[in-house]
Design a protein around this ligand. Structure first.
Ligand code: ZN
Length: 84
C-alpha cells in the first residue's frame, strides 16, 4: 500500500465535498440570476439598469446576459463595497 493513501483519501474526499458545495452554490446563484433576467424579459425591463434605469451597454450585456446594472452603477457598487 502506498504510504500516502491514507492521507490522500481524506484530503481528496474533503476536496470533493468542497468542490461539490462550491459548484452547488455557484449553480444556484447563476440559476437565480438567469431566472431573474427571464422575468425582466417578460416584464420588458430587460437590458435596463435596475439602479439608474439607463440602457445597459450591449457589450456588457453580451458578456453578462443576466447583468442587472449598467457598468457605471456596477462599479459604484463595487466601490461602496470596498469602502464599507
Ligand atoms: Zn445604472
Amino acid at each position: 500500500m502506498h504510504p500516502l493513501i491514507h492521507d490522500a483519501r481524506f484530503k481528496l474526499q474533503d476536496r470533493c465535498e468542497m468542490l461539490l458545495r462550491e459548484h452547488e452554490e455557484k449553480a444556484q446563484r447563476e440559476l437565480a440570476e438567469a431566472l431573474h433576467a427571464l422575468k425582466r424579459i417578460e416584464s420588458g425591463a430587460y437590458g435596463f439598469c435596475e439602479t439608474c434605469g439607463d440602457l445597459i451597454d450591449e457589450v456588457r450585456l453580451r458578456a453578462q446576459l443576466a447583468a442587472r446594472e449598467c457598468s457605471s452603477c456596477a462599479s459604484t457598487d463595487r466601490n461602496h463595497a470596498k469602502d464599507s
